[in-house]
Design a binder for this molecule. Structure first.
Ligand code: XBP
Ligand code: MG
Length: 253
């Protein structure tokens, strides 16, 4: 087994709890602005998360929940414009400070950086949303922390397809055994492990009941020295928070 050379982070649900009070609210604000009477409540949004990607999620909603929706002349354009407005609302929400990072995220990123472990992002969310969150919730220079930020439509097929992880590996000239991924969802786990990347899961309210068989470790969050994680599945030894030493141990197994 090669040494751990890179950590690949998912964003939504992993770095921050962005879905319920971020993306969901932004979708609803875009619907209001477009004069639509759609309202994605917390429970419905959990069902819609079955589909990754905001544009894909709108299309899935139309197909499955709004069969009587009056056809617009160009559905792709309609969805793309609605999603662009949603993206603006999401960025405003991030700018308002509504979406803090989850425990341990900044600490682990800083530790990786100071030990020359390379960093990347693999997300299905649109790039402007990722940039907003990184710059406002992580650090003003956070874009420089990551060698590659693979986001949104950069690949044709979104998670659970493995494409976004394949893209990252190719861009960094790394192979799967060089890396470990941090994800929050079954989709993310499937995307990373299909490529052969070991994956740590940090659950959240929307993903806590998903099947994480095949994960290297399942935690409630990454933990801080003063805010230990709870291990849901796997063996973290006597460590209380996910640090580089534990990541290296998981990677070597
Ligand atoms: C995140 C997503 C994204 C966000 C919305 O999944 O599915 O679509 O919900 O963002 P993951 P956009 O954490 O697995 O990458 O509207 O920008 O797509
Ligand atoms: Mg996620």
């Amino acid at each position: 087994m090669s040494e751990l050379r890179a950590v690949i982070f998912d964003v939504d649900g992993t770095m921050a709890d962005t879905e319920r009070d971020g993306h969901r609210l932004a979708f609803n604000r875009a619907f209001v602005e477009a004069g639509l009477d759609w309202d994605w409540d917390v429970s419905l949004y959990g069902d819609l998360l079955a589909v990754a990607g905001g544009k894909e999620r709108i299309r899935f909603y139309l197909n499955n929940y709004k069969p009587d929706f009056v056809q617009v002349p160009n559905l792709d354009k309609f969805i793309a414009e609605l999603h662009a407005v949603k993206t603006q609302h999401y960025q405003q929400l991030v700018a308002s400070g509504a979406i803090p990072l989850r425990p341990g995220v900044k600490r682990l990123l800083q530790e990786a950086r100071s030990n020359s472990v390379r960093l990347a992002i693999a997300t299905t969310a649109a790039l402007p949303n990722v940039i907003a969150l990184l710059q406002l919730s992580l650090a003003p220079d956070a874009l420089e922390w990551f060698e590659v930020i693979a986001a949104g439509d950069i690949v044709p097929a979104k998670k659970p397809a493995p494409d976004i992880y394949q893209y990252v590996l190719q861009d960094m000239s790394l192979s799967a055994p060089d890396c470990i991924a941090i994800e929050d969802s079954r989709h993310g786990l499937q995307a990373a492990t299909t490529v052969g990347i070991k994956t740590v899961i940090t659950i959240n309210d929307y993903t806590q009941n998903q099947d994480f068989a095949g994960a290297a470790l399942v935690l409630n969050h990454l933990g801080e020295p003063e805010e230990p994680f709870t291990v849901i599945a796997g063996d973290a030894g006597d460590t209380s928070h996910l640090n580089l030493e534990l990541l290296r141990r998981l990677h070597a197994r």
